[in-house]
Design a protein around this ligand. Structure first.
Ligand code: MLT
Length: 408
């Protein structure tokens, strides 16, 4: 008689972005005349960059010839991509990361949720609050989160690091000591980025407590200020306490192509001397069959001169939206932060509305979709996230709708 994984029924009914999609589709079905502007899920809207398209076509051509056909990709990814990543993303910033510490994958979401598998289910996790829900859900599935309290929106075994207006949305060191610490900078959802000193504090803490930082750097390409590290490995000591997860999705518009990577340094070992790097190889080679040659050639094209120019243009386009959103919100009387080193803007809901009430009002009265802060955790209540990933036109129209709005 089969039984299910007893942890799964503990999960909230639906994943945040599926729930939003469901509500928006239901509303659209009832009001087909309403034109909806979507600034909810952080999905890119610009077409693939020309250098990427060319590289993909060329890779398909190679795959179609017997002499250059390729089957399974190497387990950690092709050398041509990993050497470019090591050189461009790390060596250029003074980080000593070798290609064999890089594991190419089909995206940060899978890596950031799978990486916990190599740790004991007894480990206590710490997460920012608000938090990208995938970190918590993956640990719920693994049986590491304890029990859920729907009144407080919290799991009993999870250590929450409140990110509030008072601390500038930057997590502070916890009183209870965690084993695994999820940090995301620039942050999803608050759009705040940790500066060098703030991140170094966490690296020193993790080394002292023998904890591991799982550093989600999916939005590093949006960093504009100098004192914000792009990689945790810019902080001395990080190689003995951190794993970094990166994505091509937001950097190069690959949400529909799928490509990311994870860095597991060789120096990262448990107190008992067990290295994590071979464990992650073992896990990946058993449970993951690599990313296609076509996707990896597309990724390599991002590191060419032309690719880098196109990435810059694309980031500048989205960050212009971020500026328009920040200014538009200010003009409409909202309190907002983020959007300087990140494509997310985090605003306070008006008129004492809960974040889901504001979501409903925006959708039903103004045809505008964002993400309710409560979907990211208790400290997200009373907040709302907008993304800069729309077009300029839609961003301006969204701001106009907010300016005209009366809420409460
Ligand atoms: C988001 O909207 O938070 C992102 O799209 C999540 C993701 O990248 O999976």
């Amino acid at each position: 008689m089969f039984q299910i994984n007893e942890n799964y029924p503990k999960l909230p009914g639906s994943y945040l972005f599926s729930e939003i999609g469901r509500r928006v589709n239901a509303f659209q079905k009832e009001h087909p005349e309403q034109e909806i502007i979507r600034l909810g899920i952080g999905d890119v809207t610009r077409p693939l960059m020309p250098s990427v398209v060319r590289a993909m076509h060329a890779a398909v051509d190679e795959m179609s010839r017997a002499e250059t056909f390729r089957g399974y990709a190497p387990e950690q990814g092709y050398e041509f991509l990993r050497t470019r990543i090591a050189r461009h993303d790390f060596a250029s910033r003074g980080c000593d990361i070798s290609p064999d510490e890089i594991f190419v994958s089909d995206g940060a979401k899978c890596d950031v949720s799978n990486i916990q598998e190599i740790f004991s289910t007894d480990c206590r996790i710490a997460v920012g609050d608000p938090v990208y829900p995938v970190y918590v859900d993956a640990n719920v599935m693994a049986g590491r989160a304890g029990e859920y309290d729907p009144d407080t929106l919290r799991w009993s075994r999870v250590i929450y690091l409140p990110c509030t207006e008072e601390n500038g949305f930057v997590p502070e060191l916890p009183e209870e000591t965690p084993d695994l610490i999820y940090l995301c900078s620039p942050n999803n959802p608050t759009g705040t980025a940790m500066n060098r000193q703030e991140l170094q504090k966490w690296v020193d803490y993790a080394n002292r407590e023998h904890a591991v930082i799982l550093f989600d750097a999916a939005y590093e390409a949006y960093i504009h200020e100098n004192n914000i590290p792009h990689s945790i490995f810019e902080c001395p000591g990080a190689k003995t306490c951190a794993i970094e997860i990166r994505s091509f999705s937001k950097t190069a518009g690959f949400t529909g192509v799928r490509l990311g990577y994870t860095v597991v340094p060789r120096e990262l070992v448990t107190a008992g001397g067990q290295a994590l790097h071979p464990l992650w190889i073992r896990r990946q080679s058993t449970r993951f069959n690599g990313v296609s040659y076509i996707q990896q050639q597309a990724g390599a094209a991002v590191y060419t001169e032309e690719g880098q120019r196109e990435v810059e243009e694309s980031i500048a386009y989205y960050m212009e939206n971020a500026k328009r959103i920040r200014e538009g919100l200010q003009a409409a009387g909202f309190t907002a932060s983020g959007g300087v080193n990140a494509p997310y803007i985090w605003l306070k809901t008006p008129g004492g509305l809960s974040s889901w009430q504001f979501f409903d009002q925006l959708l039903e009265q103004y045809g505008l979709v964002g993400t309710p802060g409560a979907g990211f955790g208790a400290c997200g209540e009373g907040y709302f996230r907008l993304t800069a990933f729309g077009s300029h036109e839609n961003t301006d129209r969204a701001m106009e709708r907010l300016r005209r709005g009366t809420f409460g």
